[in-house]
Write a protein that binds this ligand. Structure first.
Ligand code: ADP
Ligand code: MG
Length: 238
């Protein structure tokens, strides 16, 4: 089943073009990773998909419905965005941060939903703590719970593991992957870390010089890099 499809995304800042004709698809239940060095435009791709940035050409489709055409939103859908720094409200409690995402629900429905999310994310004992009282891993779980509260079909993850220590990172990777599969989300993950991309992804898009240099499964990219750049980036060349 087709999930989200990005078609010919081209972005410039002033005179400077930073992305050119970026096209790829993410099926439901699939994780596609955008891999490339710092500054190559990875976060910009996510910002365009989530309408935080609107000055671009190209189209974004969800299940064949056009969401955005040349930066102009054609129809509304909830796209979950997990920011690198989690973007939680520091002056609100864990519970209040999750409730914030559920403003559309009636109060009894809201209460039920918050309780079920707190349970699902193993955050019940932290419900009334302020965000600054939590560890990095706990804060990240709150930010994911808050995003999933709207039941999005698409989830965008910008360097989601970079603030976690190694043990927590490995645990979170396994948990996140399972959750994406179980809920059938289309996930786009952004990272500059080759190992992370190889272990997390169903498919990888390697960005080089404004374009997708190669798109394929981790196995395809690792076994059959299409260029020296890809081989070098995946540490296939010493
Ligand atoms: P990445 O996430 O791969 O590190 P970004 O998408 O954040 O890269 O940025 C890509 C390039 O676009 C960088 O050179 C950055 O400086 C530039 N850039 C990002 N946002 C803006 C902006 N709002 N105005 C001007 N330049 C920007
Ligand atoms: Mg970035």
């Amino acid at each position: 089943m087709i999930g989200i499809s990005i078609r010919d995304l081209t972005v410039s800042f002033g005179e400077l073009k930073i992305l050119e004709n970026i096209s790829f698809e993410v099926q439901a239940g699939e994780i596609v990773t955008i891999l490339g060095p710092s500054g190559c435009g990875k976060s910009t791709i996510l910002r365009c998909i989530s309408s935080l940035h609107n000055e671009y050409t190209g189209e974004i489709y969800l299940n064949e419905t056009c969401l955005v055409n040349n930066g102009k939103r054609e129809c509304n859908t909830d796209i979950g965005y997990i920011f690198q720094d989690y973007a939680l409200f520091p002056h609100l409690s864990v519970k209040e941060n999750i409730e914030f995402a559920l403003y559309k629900l009636k109060s009894n429905e809201k209460k039920e939903k918050v309780e079920s999310l707190l349970k699902q994310f193993d955050l019940e004992v932290h419900a009334n703590k302020q965000i600054h009282e939590l560890s990095g891993g706990q804060q990240q779980r709150v930010s994911i719970a808050r995003v999933l509260a709207y039941e999005p079909k698409v989830i965008l993850l910008d360097e989601p593991f970079s603030n976690l220590d190694t043990i927590l990172r490995n645990k979170t990777k396994i948990w996140l992957k399972k959750m994406i599969k179980d809920l059938g989300l289309s996930a786009i993950l952004v990272t500059h870390d080759q190992k992370e991309a190889l272990s997390m992804s169903d498919k990888i898009a390697i960005i080089n010089n404004k374009k997708i240099e190669q798109f394929g499964t981790p196995f395809e990219l690792f076994e059959n890099p299409s260029s020296f750049y890809v081989a070098n980036f995946l540490n296939r060349v010493n």
